[in-house]
Design a protein around this ligand. Structure first.
Ligand code: BGC
Length: 389
């Protein structure tokens, strides 16, 4: 039995800084931008990645999930940066040197500008473009045991729906009425991209391959909504979970649980208990999510690749995580094969348009870039040292 992974996660765009070739950078810096805040220097993790890795390792964690940035590796179509690839290889080597098992994500929301400008996932050759990048990325993955192809493809498909809504008349007013569903056509293309990437990775590397799904832990608001719940689950996550059948693992990512009524997902009602992101405080979501992933994939081993809470109150983070782990351990006792728990996030990072929601185990001063571990990091490290959840 391989070692249970205990770690934390980040993504490149949210931490590195100056990811100027990416579509997110463009969205943030085009005037006027609908995003209130910019990533800017972010946490300068492009240069300071060793600092967060060292803090995680010192605390007692044994794994670190981070991503490599397509926009840096392939700044122009078909032109690859050897220096960027070497940079990410150094990150992999640093993690290993510090005793952290690297879990490497190949795509975490941001695209090269040229890919986005050219039709993104809707273009006929999108899958070929992505696999050309994956193919090149395998050159630095020697010895890496865990690779996630695409992070939250269901949210990528959702962003496509949002983009379309915003480009139409009264887009902002329409968006204020609630989020549209993830675009199913784009979702199907993403499944194809994931499976094609998986074939390349299996041929060229020894890594366990999977992708990571945003799970809403949907529940029917009343028994008569079971049918809508099934349809909602399909468009929001099951399409992607079914696309993972036969994979080496499924990455489960959950933060909250949401009710489904006659018209689909019901927005979280305002409550003083809601987290900074406005989500209901539901540590039980993790148990619901991993059981659902296990069931829909037909028994693919689960790696919790994200779980956490946006809060300024670190004691609340510890309480939330402790309870989430209790639900995880109950699911494991019921037979769900769980291979690890990676907390989101290692650091307070750029939350896609905002700096306000703080998910980190480590605080970062964005003026000096000094990293300060929060008590929750030592707490999670102690849990990790004690063994299984
Ligand atoms: C994403 C992260 C994000 C987190 C909290 C997930 O949707 O993978 O990039 O920061 O959840 O919202």
């Amino acid at each position: 039995m391989s070692t249970f992974l205990w770690g934390a996660a980040t993504s490149p765009h949210q931490t590195e800084g100056n990811n100027v070739n990416s579509d997110w950078w463009e969205l943030e810096n085009t005037e006027p931008s609908f995003l209130p805040e910019r990533s800017g220097d972010a946490l300068d993790s492009y240069h300071r990645y060793r600092e967060e890795m060292a803090l995680l390792a010192e605390a007692g964690l044994n794994a670190y999930r981070f991503g490599i940035e397509w926009a840096r590796i392939e700044p122009e179509p078909g032109r690859f940066s050897t220096a960027a690839l070497a940079h990410y290889r150094r990150m992999i080597d640093t993690a290993v040197e510090l005793g952290l098992t690297p879990v490497v994500t190949l795509h975490h929301f941001s695209n090269p500008r040229w890919f986005a400008a050219d039709g993104a996932w809707g273009r006929a050759d999108a899958v070929d473009r992505f696999t050309r990048y994956v193919d090149r990325a395998t050159s630095i993955l020697d010895g890496v045991e865990w690779v996630c192809t695409i992070n939250e493809p269901n949210m990528v498909a959702l962003m496509d729906s949002v983009r379309r809504l915003l480009s139409g008349p009264d887009g902002f007013a329409a968006l204020a009425q609630g989020l549209p569903a993830p675009d199913e056509k784009i979702g199907t293309i993403l499944v194809e991209a994931h499976q094609a990437a998986g074939r390349i990775l299996r041929e060229r590397t020894d890594a366990a391959v999977g992708w990571t799904i945003a799970q809403q832990a949907f529940q029917a608001a009343a028994p008569e909504h079971e049918g809508v719940l099934r349809q909602t689950n399909w468009v929001w996550e099951d399409l992607y979970l079914e696309g993972a059948r036969g994979d080496d693992f499924i990455g489960s990512q959950s933060y909250t649980s949401q009710l489904v009524g006659a018209d689909g997902p019901i927005p979280h009602p305002p409550s003083p208990d809601n987290t900074i992101t406005g989500w209901a405080y539901r540590p039980d979501a993790l148990g619901i999510a991993v059981r659902h992933a296990w069931e829909v994939t037909g028994g693919v081993p689960v790696l919790v690749t994200e779980n956490g809470i946006a809060t300024d109150d670190d004691e609340r983070r510890i309480a939330y995580t402790g309870e989430a782990l209790r639900h995880l351990s109950e699911a494991m006792a019921d037979g769900v094969d769980v291979r690890g728990y990676l907390h989101w996030s290692a650091v307070d990072n750029y939350e896609w348009g905002h700096w306000g929601p703080t998910f980190g185990l480590i605080a970062v001063d964005r003026g000096t870039f000094v990293r300060t571990p929060k008590p929750s990091l030592a707490w999670l490290g102690a849990v990790a040292r004690s063994g299984r959840p």
